[in-house]
Ligand binder design. Structure first.
Ligand code: A3P
Ligand code: MG
Ligand code: MG
Length: 368
């Protein structure tokens, strides 16, 4: 049986003509660690492999289709891949665990998740996109993961070659801007491997909730090689975010940008403290004609969406979920959160408890 979390979406659709709520308390996200994910095997690396150094704003025109025939396309990860990666990170950083009186090991966090999931929740009141998350709570920490939805699967199946190429253009733009070493011109003659990642883990507090989240980071600005094992260096990294978007936007594209794309850019960057985004402005053939710096704090200027209401929505969803998980109080319980267009909010279903056989979301028992 599904029930709504007490966070009605309508209340958070503040924008033009509706006054935004006060901004909730959100502490500056503090980097606490990092990992790499290596190439096509998508393996955990306890290192800063694939950390990119921002070289400088490259000189247009840039051909984002160059070498596209050899590209290693982004793989679809198996279910719970993100949480598995987090567990590997913890295995390698046991100093983040604290023993309790009962002997259990606890993380100093109410939630463990990934930036992409926080962004999807924040943008939900405006994006209205299907969403499916699963949560489980162990020793006081809720692990929140994303499942692929039917809509995601349909979108993926419908992808044309042009769509696939457009995705690859974003990664190619990163290659034009980033090097493996500081002050070195990027190598753009090798095929892009879209599966290589550098991730950083951040700690923050939202309305009193302690959240640790991982995030794939495009690169950093630094003239010198950095040693990320030095906590001072890690704490003071200057991250850069790279994007591509259409040059000479039509009025329709501009409207889409202002209403939908900009809030995703804002949420993604704000959550990790990025102040500006370098965007390659490209035409329909993947040629970048210009590069524009977007100041993250200026993105909400059109007032179609409200950063404060997005953050408040996130806070209230997490608070409701924590209340629910605390009541269930079962380390074997799995709660599924669902949103579909037309729902007035997020529904939750307890799909598994320790005293029941495992259930699938459609209600069938699994015999194991
Ligand atoms: P663009 O955003 O420039 O198109 P990110 O900007 O988050 O670092 O992601 C890098 C690139 O990955 C994106 O570049 C885009 O091409 C691709 N990408 C990211 N999220 C995606 C998604 N949900 N679906 C398809 N492509 C995606
Ligand atoms: Mg990225
Ligand atoms: Mg990017």
């Amino acid at each position: 049986m599904s029930t709504y979390l007490k966070v009605p979406l309508d209340k958070y659709k503040c924008g033009q003509g509706r006054s935004a709520p006060p901004f909730p308390q959100f502490t500056k996200p503090e980097p606490i660690g990092f990992m790499s994910i290596n190439g096509d095997a998508r393996e955990y690396g306890n290192d800063a492999g694939h950390l990119g150094y921002f070289w400088r704003i490259p000189e247009p025109p840039l051909d984002l289709s160059a070498g596209i025939d050899q590209v290693h396309r982004k793989a679809v990860d198996p279910e719970y891949f993100d949480i598995h990666m987090f567990c590997k990170f913890i295995q390698n950083h046991r100093e983040l665990l604290h023993p309790t009186e009962s002997g259990a090991l606890k993380l100093d966090a109410d939630f463990v998740t990934f930036r992409g999931i926080l962004r999807l929740i924040m943008c939900l009141p405006y994006d209205n996109k299907e969403l499916c998350l699963r949560a489980t709570q162990l020793n006081g920490t809720i692990y929140l993961s994303k499942l692929e939805t039917d809509a995601d699967r349909e979108d993926r199946a419908k992808m044309t070659q042009h769509h696939l190429n457009m995705c690859s253009w974003g990664y190619k733009f990163e290659q034009y801007c980033l090097s493996a070493e500081p002050n070195v011109e990027p190598t753009t003659s090798v095929p892009v491997n879209e599966n290589d990642e550098f991730n950083c883990f951040f700690r923050t507090k939202l309305g009193g909730l302690r959240v640790i989240f991982g995030a794939e980071m495009d690169g950093i600005k630094s003239d010198k090689s950095v040693d990320l094992n030095d906590p001072k260096v890690l704490a003071n990294l200057k991250f850069v975010e790279l994007k591509t978007t259409s040059v000479n936007m039509t009025p329709k594209q501009l409207r889409t940008f202002d209403r939908y794309k900009s809030l995703n850019w804002w949420a993604q960057s704000f959550l990790v403290g990025i102040e500006s985004i370098f965007a390659g402005l490209r035409d329909n053939n993947g040629i970048v004609h210009n590069i524009r710096e977007f100041i993250v704090s200026d993105l909400p200027r059109n007032k179609y969406w409200s950063p404060a209401s997005m953050m408040l929505f996130l806070q209230h969803v997490l608070q409701e979920l924590k209340m629910l998980m605390d009541i269930i109080n079962d380390p074997y319980a799995v709660v599924q959160l669902d949103y579909k267009p037309g729902y007035s909010g997020i529904k939750y279903t307890i799909i598994r408890r320790s005293d029941e056989p495992q259930r699938t979301p459609n209600g069938h028992n699994e015999l194991n």
